[in-house]
Write a protein that binds this ligand. Sequence first.
Ligand code: NAI
Length: 331
Amino acid sequence: AKEPVRVLVTGAAGQIGYALVPMIARGVMLGPDQPVILHMLDIPPAAESLNGVKMELVDAAFPLLKGVVATTDVVEACTGVSIAVMVGGFPRKEGMERKDVMSKNVAIYKSQASALESYAAANCKVLVVANPANTNALILKEFAPSISVKNITCLTRLDHNRALGQVSERLNVPVSDVKNVIIWGNHSPTQYPDVNHAIVKTPAGEMPVRELVAIDEWLHGEFITTVQQRGAAIIKARKLSSALSAASSACDHIRDWVLGTPEGTWVSMGVYSDGSYNVPAGLIYSFPVTCCNGVWTIVQGLPIDDLSRKKLDLTAEELTEEKALAYSCLS
Ligand code: NAI
């Protein structure tokens, strides 16, 4: 039998946490034959509620779940973890300036970076979900210099999956027959959902989405805005932000990273830019990646047309500005 893997979920008493921890305990994230020990962190005001989540995990009697640590102590939470899913953060409240929210999150990610660096397992893989996700991940990277930049990522898989879902609905095909959409850039409304390279399985073989959706207007208009604004649409409908889809996508992100992407398929991940596609190096930016043996690699050589170029640059500019704002909160 495999040794259990310790998986940290921060903000585990929150909405995404509540959807995410049972998925992890069922093997959705690491596979049906991988036992897990869940480490759940939240802050003291949420301690009682966190304990309630722990009680439910015990009650669910998940066969793969070999232990649960529920704590408000960041050191205890980080100790020995091989996977860290960072969902905890400070939400923007009405009337708050962007800089104030950034400043709160920079402080959180700075201190949690240090705890991960000192106490997590060597080679721990980190996924930041909490917003501003890309910039929180960048701060985490800055303050955990001994963690490889290859091990620090942020979640844009939800946007990726939303794009697959929109194409699937439009073409009336199962979502599993659509692949290779791309989310470029920031997990924010400036992100660029790109279908120029996406493929659909048809009875006649694989076909580019572009050939099947003859309507450019949709691809360049409604498709992009629907994906960009989907988060807001869910909040409007549910009066709560997306939680089940965020949790499911976080599992997809880690599963593909650890177990590999299928041959011929790529996924979107927010990763440390090396300057690929002329995206400024040193930003956490969402790229198309393939994963093999637990290592992601940016897909190279995709042709970028003029329209796409502008959109790649626009979201990079926003991230550069966010980075500057985050740094100004540090000093
Ligand atoms: P929530 O407010 O229900 O839960 C957040 C939890 O984090 C709360 O329990 C809170 O007590 C906890 N928390 C706050 N500070 C903490 C700290 N320093 N350490 C540990 N825990 C802490 O929020 P929800 O809906 O679960 O969303 C979580 C985050 O995920 C938000 O920032 C949200 O914007 C983001 N998000 C990101 C998505 C993505 O695709 N990247 C998609 C959806 C949400």
